[in-house]
Design a protein around this ligand. Structure first.
Ligand code: SF4
Ligand code: URA
Length: 226
């Protein structure tokens, strides 16, 4: 079985398999974090900053994700972060369920098979829809565990929670409550993943800036004129 990062670099980055690649983006985005992590976080799809850097969740939503992870004692680089859809839809529109399923069946399932995470956290509605297609409401679904079965029969525990972009749109009491819910969800996810991987180290002493390791990739994408 290939390492998950080999799949990302050798297969995902060159992908041109669907029409999303033609929507004016710089190409597929990869992953951030540890290829050994027992915890995988799955977002929706890249926005403008992610498209520039070639990796998921390094814009405003990503910064909030980093803070949420830090609040439960996890450094961003210690989790594996990816998206359902790898290529940025034009104008940041939400990818359709069919687009999500197409890209995820091609790539996300391979990332999962290679990483074999103990726990998957699904951020927001698009990720929820991939893992639990019959569920429509992230408000109702968040915080309760789902089982997702891969093609090889392996069953993965999936915990849906709010997407950071959703938290950024809320204010006042609603925002505070939703942030607490994300805190509880991440705590539960970490506990379950820790039970499966008791020796895993969740924090680094001096966390790197999340974008810094991808500056060269950003330059390469820019100069490729994509
Ligand atoms: Fe390939 Fe996914 Fe990009 Fe479509 S969205 S071109 S399947 S990486
Ligand atoms: N939102 C996501 O779900 N993923 C990203 O990479 C950026 C914003």
């Amino acid at each position: 079985m290939a390492k998950v990062t080999d799949i990302v670099y050798d297969a995902i980055y060159p992908c041109t398999a669907c029409a999303l690649r033609q929507e004016g983006n710089r190409g597929p985005t990869g992953c951030t974090g540890s290829d050994r992590s027992p915890l995988m976080i799955v977002g929706e799809g890249p926005g403008a900053v992610e498209d520039e850097y070639g990796v998921p969740l390094v814009g405003q939503s990503g910064r909030l994700l980093d803070r949420a992870l830090a609040s439960v004692g996890i450094s961003r680089e210690r989790v594996y972060v990816t998206n359902v859809v790898k290529c940025r839809p034009r104008g940041n529109r939400t990818p359709t369920p069919a687009e999500g399923a197409y890209c995820a069946e091609r790539w996300l399932v391979q990332e999962i098979a290679a990483l074999k995470p103990a726990v998957i956290v699904a951020l927001g509605k698009v990720a929820l829809r991939f893992f639990a297609p019959q569920e429509r409401s992230i408000v109702r679904s968040r915080g309760s565990w789902r089982q997702w079965q891969a093609a090889d029969g392996t069953v993965y525990p999936v915990l849906p929670t709010f997407h950071p972009a959703y938290l950024l749109r809320l204010s006042g009491r609603e925002a505070r409550e939703a942030k607490w819910q994300v805190y509880y969800d991440l705590t539960a996810a970490k506990e379950r993943a820790s039970a499966a991987a008791p020796d895993f180290i969740w924090q680094v002493e001096t966390p790197a800036d999340t974008r810094a390791p991808f500056l060269a990739r950003r330059e390469a994408r820019r100069s490729a004129g994509r």
